[in-house]
Ligand binder design. Structure first.
Ligand code: ADP
Ligand code: MG
Length: 830
């Protein structure tokens, strides 16, 4: 069955050629016990390895079962080894982290035999070699003789046609040597056993045939044999089941190996998990950063919507909001190397120019807007008309500081925030007291996250600072909602506000000094009142610019004599939610759209509006030219009248949606024909640009950090795998000798690195989760946003998956190196 025809083996090393075998021709019988004797270095091991298919002959032919092996592929050799050959080595070559039973089973797993069958046969083989007591022990717990018997059991378990034993007794004492020889003799009853030994005595006692070698040649053969059967060339694919290593064996071997080196595995995993932690934290932070920026973008876009307006309006809140963002961010393009100049950033100028934009909003335009994608942009077409509102204020009227009620016009009422729909408001605000307006004359007070409003803001909106007790730190919600002096404004209607004087309509307002002079101190010179009124700084700042309504409805003791105008009452308080940075309601007073509608309704019949409608080219208030359409609309809006919306506010949901909107609006000017062009105001654009630059920079840094972590982690895994490959060279040899393919070796190491990767991934994520806790506390202090650093559920999965993939990739090169290892050399290594 085995026939060597003129087998030669030449080892070529850098400097010399070694003729290890110099043309051997031997025929072996189907069953015999062959002993090969010879001095060290004469080529015995080489011969055995060639017969066993571990090594390749340089020339000649090895005939196996009548077939030439000249055209054998690696795969054919693997199959041959796993099917027909069992190896026994001098150094046993047991896999030390497996039990005795598992060592024996390994050979069967590779040849693809089922679990039950495997176990049964492995146990039988161990019983046959007399080791039934030691199944669960590991090789380290056995004596040399016992270990060699395990090796023999492993060699015979697959029931191969031949057993090749290279100095199986070389490391044993004579007593054990005898036992092993007896065992081999027993085995040789029905198969070919070829044993290399130094011990001529043992050979002559047990062998049925002794071959003596010297210098790669045969000296003598005690029982030569000539096999005359015909040699066929290798048959066209005899389809036997190829040997292979299933993944579960690879996983099991790797796990066992890792379990045997718990500390190292733990250290490796923790070390590489640091890379995972790094990456995970970077991702967690950028998650946080992105959602933080998203939030800011959304907030700014709602507090500073893109507007198409018929009139100029107060941009102060917008300017303040913008400066909140960009105050510390110098624009890149202003960078200048010249040292002797101061460069001015024209932010305000640009904004003020934008203020001059006026439009005429037509039905044509409103119709065009109906085509807007509501999923991307919501818009509010509001008839934002001017409101004449006054308030009763206690002002020091007498020189001794005594106060009297004065009717003061609320000059900022035109910048009051118009409430969008309830849902939109409640996205950013929560109702903390009272109720949402149900009537047109109901207002809301808007407070910040801390429920506070600064007194300058209160003064601006005419809360009576004089009436405010200095020792009072706060008003309760109830106090505000129940105190008429605090919560009530009064709306003056046009006919009460404008009076005709020489063809022009004048406003019924006077300055505070005149008011006091007229209604309270007619006997005092107006200059005297003025100087006393402006003597106190804070009064100067608050009251020097205010106007008073020129009528006094109060009696001398302060009681109201006459109910004037329509009361506008604060009925609820909105508080900015914690997670909102900049709310959409920029004024502390918010009103309903119904109020605008009501004012328009009243104004429509008023004398001043009628007169203005009849005078299309000149204002009726001061005779200015308004022949242009936009200014006519704007003039009417100032008088509290509008037919069409005076302003359209656009709320895009994202930056991309904003681009969509601006395109959409730009397109209108191309297709609007004779209708007037539309100019929009986009104050948020500049802010977003800055945010984009910052985000871009930070992302770049994070990317660099991530890349470094990745590289470090990959290199480390590569090194660890390499070390493992070196350590497990022997195991690779053993696996190869029982028929494992190169692929299987790769699989083994890839599985091992994959397991390390998995552990690192999981450890890394656990560490990350722990680390996010203090990081979040820190970020909450810095940014005021809780839960800043976070991972999404799919990040976790991606990380474990990514760590496994990464380590596998990093482990591939050493794994391929391992698979390339010549099994002969692998087995020779100690
Ligand atoms: P034995 O087993 O009889 O002691 P070997 O078969 O191991 O001898 O070696 C036979 C000869 O081939 C020796 O001279 C040895 O140095 C050489 N040899 C064995 N393996 C290699 C190798 N991989 N590369 C180069 N020379 C080798
Ligand atoms: Mg040898």
């Amino acid at each position: 069955m085995i026939k060597l025809k003129n087998i030669k083996k030449v080892y070529v090393t850098e400097d010399k050629k070694t003729n290890a075998l110099k043309g051997l021709s031997i025929d072996m019988r189907k069953a015999e016990f062959v002993c090969i004797l010879g001095p060290s270095g004469c080529g015995k091991t080489t011969l055995l390895n060639i017969i066993g298919g571990l090594d390749r002959y340089s020339s000649g032919d090895l005939i196996i079962d009548g077939k030439s092996t000249k055209n054998f592929t690696d795969e054919d050799w693997d199959t041959y080894r796993s099917r027909k050959v069992g190896f026994v080595f001098q150094s046993y070559n047991l896999i030390s982290h497996q039990t005795v039973l598992e060592n024996v089973e390994t050979a069967l797993v590779i040849s693809g035999i089922g679990r039950e069958e495997r176990r049964k046969r492995a146990i039988q083989a161990l019983v046959d070699v007399g080791l039934s007591e030691h199944l669960r022990k590991t090789p380290r717990q056995l004596s040399g003789g016992e270990m060699q018997r395990v090796a023999i059991a492993r060699a015979i378990v697959n029931n191969p046609q031949m057993i090749l034993a290279d100095e199986p007794t070389g490391a044993l004492d004579s007593e054990n040597s005898v036992k092993i020889m007896e065992l081999l003799k027993k085995i040789s009853k029905d198969r070919l056993v070829i044993t290399v030994t130094h011990n001529a005595e043992l050979a002559s006692e047990y062998a049925t045939r002794t071959i003596k070698m010297k210098d790669g040649e045969i000296l003598s053969d005690s029982a030569p044999y000539k096999d005359d059967s015909k040699v066929k060339s290798k048959e066209s694919k005899e389809k036997t089941k190829n040997s292979f290593m299933p993944y579960n064996l690879a996983a099991k071997l790797s796990l066992k190996n890792l379990a045997g080196k718990k500390i190292r595995t733990a250290l490796t995993s923790i070390a590489s998990s640091i890379a995972v932690v790094g990456i995970a934290l970077v991702l967690a932070c950028s998650n946080g950063l992105n959602s933080f920026i998203d939030k800011i973008q959304k907030d700014t876009m709602s507090s500073i919507p893109i507007t198409v307006s018929t009139s100029t309006y107060d941009l102060t809140p917008q300017i303040e909001a913008i400066f909140g963002y960009v105050s510390s961010t110098a624009k890149g393009e202003n960078k200048n190397e010249e040292n002797d100049k101061v460069f001015i950033n024209h932010t305000i100028k640009n904004l003020l120019q934008a203020e001059g934009v006026t439009n005429e909003i037509t039905d044509h335009f409103l119709n065009y807007l109906k085509g807007i994608d509501e999923k991307k942009v919501t818009y509010d077409a509001v008839k934002n008309v001017s409101k004449k509102v006054y308030r009763q204020l206690a002002i020091p009227v007498y020189s001794n500081g005594a106060t009297k009620p004065v009717m003061v016009m609320e000059s900022n009422s035109n910048s009051w925030s118009c409430l969008p729909s309830k849902d939109v408001v409640y996205e950013q605000y929560s109702l903390v007291a009272g109720n949402y307006p149900t009537e047109y004359n109901e207002l809301m007070l808007v407070v910040d996250k801390n429920s506070s409003i600064s007194d300058t803001v209160l003064a601006k909106h005419l809360f009576d600072l004089n009436a405010i007790d200095e020792s009072k730190e706060y008003y309760t919600y109830d106090e505000i909602l129940n105190n008429v002096l605090l919560n009530e404004y009064r709306l003056v209607l046009n006919d009460d506000y404008y009076y005709e004087d020489g063809g022009l309509y004048k406003e019924k307002t006077v300055d505070p000094a005149t008011y006091i002079h007229k209604y309270y101190r007619p006997e005092t010179k107006i200059e005297t009142i003025k100087s006393s009124l402006l003597s106190v700084d804070y009064i100067k700042s608050v009251y020097s610019s205010i106007k008073c309504y020129d009528e006094n409805p109060y009696s001398d003791d302060g009681a109201t004599l006459k109910e004037m105008g329509i009361p506008l009452k604060i009925v609820g308080i909105l508080k900015l939610k914690d997670d909102t940075q900049y709310g959409m309601l920029t004024s502390p007073i918010a009103y309903t759209r119904a109020l605008d509608e009501k004012i328009i309704e009243y104004s429509a019949t008023s004398k001043v509006v009628q007169a203005q409608l009849a005078s299309p080219d000149k204002t009726v208030t001061d005779g200015k030219d308004i022949s242009g359409n936009p200014s006519r609309v704007s003039e009417l809006s100032k008088l509290g009248y509008a037919k069409l919306p005076t302003e359209v506010k656009f709320y895009p949901r994202t930056i991309k949606d904003k681009d969509y909107l601006l395109n959409y609006l730009d397109k209108y000017n191309e297709i609007n024909g004779d209708n007037p062009d539309i100019k929009y105001v986009d104050n948020v654009g500049a802010v977003i640009e800055v945010v984009r630059v910052i985000v871009g920079g930070i992302s770049a840094i994070l990317m660099a950090l991530t890349a470094i972590s990745l590289v470090v982690s990959a290199i480390m895994i590569g090194i660890i795998t390499y070390v493992s490959v070196i350590e497990r060279t022997k195991e690779i040899g053993v696996l190869r000798s029982v028929g494992a393919r190169k692929k299987d070796v790769v699989r083994l190491f890839v599985t091992e690195t994959g397991i390390i990767g998995f552990i690192s991934g999981v450890c890394g994520l656990i560490l990350t989760v722990i680390l996010t806790v203090p990081l979040n506390v820190l970020m909450a202090n810095v940014t005021g946003v809780g839960g800043f650093v976070f991972l999404r559920w799919w990040n976790y999965i991606a990380f474990v998956f990514g760590a496994v993939i990464l380590t596998i990739i990093a482990g591939l090169i050493p794994s391929f190196m391992a698979s390339k290892k010549d099994p002969v050399k692998a087995l020779r290594s100690e």
